[in-house]
Design a protein around this ligand. Structure first.
Ligand code: JHZ
Ligand code: SAH
Length: 398
């Protein structure tokens, strides 16, 4: 049994993914013998419907001066964040001089859209390298974790903030209670919290268990968000499904006062019918993960038996879970192509597959390419249009 990170109650483990390295811990050969591993297990807290990691590395081990993920690595995501900002400006930012905070602002891709406005904005970004990039773009990026201590240094935002935004960050915060208390301290009476995160319902549906890795301490559902925030007198007032990162959900919360919104209520009921709120859904998912692993190992072995070469495409955080859980090494996948300078020339965490500049993908033909960045399928297939014509085949675990 493990302890729920919110309620402190004992909760059952659902899946043991085994020994895992830091998902974004791309490393040099000389550091192989220093690599850090932890045991990645997942449990489910039924009374708040929350899927969560049992153990995880300390946040500072993941988010530091060399964080290798950049929001701007995808053009699709850049345009998504512009649309997210436009939607928020129209729907929620009514007055001049509004104060907004983004947490996990990374390289400034979202906040850039607020530069030429008269909204006062600030980003909290603990990873120094990406925070520095945002600063170079003229964004007010504070190189710190979002918590009460750090917020208190920003006096004019305390109790005066209109909106706290986030994307793919709230599920990265192990101390969710501290997060909510920090929001409570920052927001004014009508303040809103708006964030979008990978959606549990999409993960169940696609069996995309690779959404689970050290950074993703929680995989949220609508039921879980409502229940957790209700404890602290916040109400969920809107939910908006997103097609980003393989299926995400945007949540809008405010201080409790309204009666439950009909749209939210319908989604809550839908999740109940689909067992997304209960232990049953998690248990079904576990079986599907085990089967998915067997099928993938079988499929790759079959390709190798035919003497074909396989490469990977997109050295994603998600790929760390697939490769380590399914024990896939460089005798099966020769290399992984990627666009990120900080990853190229290094090796993938745990299984040590070389990461190669994506420009070589066109030069060296691999009949099979494992699309680890399956969530960017359209963008990548557009970039690599000649691949299918040459007889190349994209494969995934999904
Ligand atoms: P992508 C990260 O997940 C980590 P990852 C984090 N935990 C999270 O939640 C999401 O982002 C938001 C490469 N790529 O976006 C670049 C190409 O090579 O699925 C990156 O290495 N060619 C914060 O890592 C990787 O894929 C391309 O054309 O799973 C990005 O992977 C494109 C579009 C990407 O995120
Ligand atoms: N929002 C961006 C970046 C996601 S990556 C996007 O959707 O693409 C997650 C980011 O959150 C990282 O840059 C990480 O450094 C940051 N982060 C992690 N914990 C945080 C915390 N407690 N407060 C603020 N940012 C945090």
């Amino acid at each position: 049994m493990f302890k729920c990170k919110i309620t402190g109650k004992k909760i059952p483990q659902i899946i043991d993914f085994g020994k895992m390295p830091i998902a974004n811990g791309f490393l040099k050969k000389k550091d192989f013998n220093k690599e850090y591993f932890y045991n990645m297990g997942v449990s489910f807290s039924e009374n708040i419907s929350l899927l969560q990691l049992n153990n995880h590395p300390k946040p500072e081990m993941m988010f530091n001066k060399k964080y290798p993920f950049f929001t701007s690595s995808s053009n699709f995501m850049k345009s998504h964040f512009k649309k997210y900002a436009d939607w928020a400006k129209k729907k929620y930012i009514k007055k001049n001089n509004s104060k907004i905070i983004e947490i996990g602002s990374n390289d400034g891709t979202f906040l850039k859209n607020f530069k030429k406005t008269n909204f006062q904005n600030v980003g909290f970004e603990p990873s120094k390298n990406v925070s520095d990039i945002a600063k170079k773009k003229g964004i007010n990026s504070i190189n710190k974790f979002f918590n009460r201590k750090n917020l208190n240094n920003l006096e004019k935002f305390v109790g005066n903030t209109d909106i706290i935004f986030g994307a793919n960050v709230v599920c990265h915060i192990p101390d969710l209670v501290e997060f909510i208390l920090t929001c409570n301290l920052a927001l004014n009476e009508n303040g809103k919290i708006i964030f979008e995160e990978p959606y549990l319902g999409s993960m169940y549906q696609k069996v995309s268990y690779d959404q689970i890795y050290d950074e993703h301490i929680f995989i949220f559902s609508i039921n879980s968000i409502k229940k957790i925030f209700n404890i602290f007198d916040f109400e969920l007032i809107d939910v908006l499904p997103q097609n980003t990162h393989g299926g995400s959900m945007r949540y809008v919360l405010e201080r409790k006062r309204s009666k439950i919104n009909k749209k939210v209520k319908n989604f809550i009921e839908l999740e109940k019918r689909q067992n997304i709120d209960s232990l049953k859904g998690a248990t079904i998912f576990k079986k599907k993960c085990e089967l998915s692993k067997e099928k993938l190992q079988y499929k790759l072995a079959e390709i190798k038996r035919r003497g074909k070469a396989i490469c990977g495409y997109g050295a994603t955080s998600k790929s760390t879970t697939i490769l380590n859980y399914c024990n896939i090494k460089s005798n099966v996948i020769d290399c992984i192509f990627d666009t990120t300078p900080n990853k190229i020339g290094k090796f993938s965490p745990g299984v040590h597959i070389p990461i190669v500049d994506y420009r070589y993908f066109k030069k060296k033909f691999y009949e099979y390419s494992f699309l680890f960045a399956w969530n960017h399928k359209n963008e990548i297939e557009k970039k690599e249009t000649s691949y299918l014509g040459k007889g190349g085949k994209w494969i995934t675990h999904l």
